[in-house]
Design a protein around this ligand. Structure first.
Ligand code: SAM
Length: 404
């Protein structure tokens, strides 16, 4: 029946529309694999997070008794916390409905644990020793670092292997070939998708990606800023920046003259949300701000945490909006306009790793096809996209991939 049809298309595309189009379940591994021809992502390396099995009602009760701190909204909320709680109460029905749709998709739920393969993940990840690009890039050695692109033109000559050495930091590197290529840096191999382009640098160099002619600007700008937050874990994972720094990002300058869809990841902190609405969006010139939500589930389909847990919501906010857009133009008549909130559901990967958005947002992107897309603060590359950040090769390490 219909469910079997949906399953078939999910296994091919990684996308399962749970509720016509407003709720979608995705397998990021399948979506990301669209970028590669010679390699594919290792599902067990992507789904590296370990989820303890959902506790039985009995265990839950025991835990509750031991706890002395309130888990749900505390009684004496300050003004900001009240705002946060109110906002949560507003989106709650939307999220609960989205989750119910997932629980009704029984064929999808049955296959989900096998897609995620979480047991194998632990063994696999232990072998990976990652290069610290952030530290190296800010060291005196950075200008001397070179990366070797293998067969940069995609020639597979068999006899002599073509290699091209290029500076790794503060340098725009583009992959011209129609196939994935490999690159070597300090004894590690990185997989670079076709027609991808990246700049590994600090914030100060991002202007290098602004096109001289705005008709060559970007139609989709994805931004996942290193927001400051209290988590010690986060501090160890990557450096953060004070909020005001993000106001100077050249969002308008990066946008195409036909307009651009901007997708901004935001955490649940009310203080941050206030800053984004009052200061950041006006500074960037964003209109039609519309929240989408990313709901995170375990391989068994349950939420990764209690929906009402005050400080650890199992969802994140993706704020969408337009910049440089003329709503009377021809090109805006052919695309879907931002209006309703939508919910994206997936099993999360590594810490802070966000699901790939290109395919999900395609119908909202103004301008030419294929769209020109850029990700700011990226930790990975996508075929045809531009990636900028201080570690855009992070998830390109060949240990995350399997040969095809
Ligand atoms: N969206 C990414 C993903 O899905 O994997 C995660 C991005 S993470 C929230 C933010 C990134 O910004 C980190 O890789 C961090 O190292 C980088 N970053 C922090 N400060 C930076 C700076 N001054 N210039 C460039 N990148 C920076």
């Amino acid at each position: 029946g219909l469910e079997a049809e949906l399953m078939k298309s999910f296994m091919e595309s990684g996308l399962y529309r749970l509720d016509q189009s407003d709720v979608v379940f995705i397998d990021p591994v399948r979506l990301l694999n669209d970028s590669y021809s010679r390699f594919r992502l290792s599902p067990s390396a992507y789904y590296s997070r370990h989820f303890p099995p959902s506790s039985t009602p009995n265990e839950k009760r025991n835990r509750k008794r031991k706890r002395n701190k309130p888990r749900h909204a505390p009684l004496n909320l300050n003004e900001r916390e009240l705002c946060a709680e109110e906002r949560h109460q507003q989106v709650r029905p939307l999220l609960l409905n989205a989750h119910r749709k997932l629980l009704e998709a029984s064929q999808l739920l049955r296959i989900l644990p096998r897609i995620v393969e979480s047991e194998a993940a632990l063994e696999c990840r232990e072998r990976v020793v990652e290069q610290n690009f952030v530290e190296l890039g800010s060291s005196w050695r950075a200008p001397f670092c070179e990366i070797a692109l293998k067969n940069p033109q995609g020639l597979r000559s068999g006899l002599s292997e073509g290699r091209k050495l290029v500076p790794l930091f503060d340098n725009i590197i583009s992959v011209e070939s129609d196939d994935d290529i490999e690159a070597e840096f300090q004894n590690a191999i990185y997989v670079l998708p076709p027609k991808s382009l990246f700049l590994m640098s600090d914030l100060r160099q991002v202007r290098k990606l602004i096109a001289g002619d705005s008709a060559e600007g970007f139609n989709l700008i994805v931004i996942d800023p290193p927001w400051e937050n209290g988590s010690a874990r986060q501090k160890a994972m990557y450096p953060t920046l004070p909020n005001r720094q993000f106001m100077y990002l050249p969002v308008k300058e990066l946008a195409h003259s036909d307009g651009s869809l901007v997708a901004l990841w935001i955490t649940n902190r009310q203080k941050l949300q206030d800053f984004v609405v009052k200061d950041l969006l006006p500074a960037w010139g964003i209109s039609h701000a519309t929240p989408f939500y990313w709901l995170k589930v375990k391989p068994d389909g349950s939420l990764i945490g209690d929906l009402d847990l005050f400080h650890h919501r199992p969802y994140e906010l993706l704020l969408l909006g337009y910049v440089n857009v003329d709503f009377n133009s021809e090109c805006m008549k052919t695309i879907k306009h931002l209006k309703e909130s939508r919910v994206i559901i997936s099993v999360p990967g590594a810490y802070s790793r966000k699901p790939p958005l290109g395919k999900l947002l395609e119908e909202y992107i103004p301008g030419q096809r294929p769209s020109r897309c850029i990700e700011l603060f990226a930790r990975e590359l996508v075929a045809g996209w531009t990636s900028w950040g201080n570690e855009p090769l992070h998830f390109q390490d060949a240990t995350y991939y399997l040969g095809k």
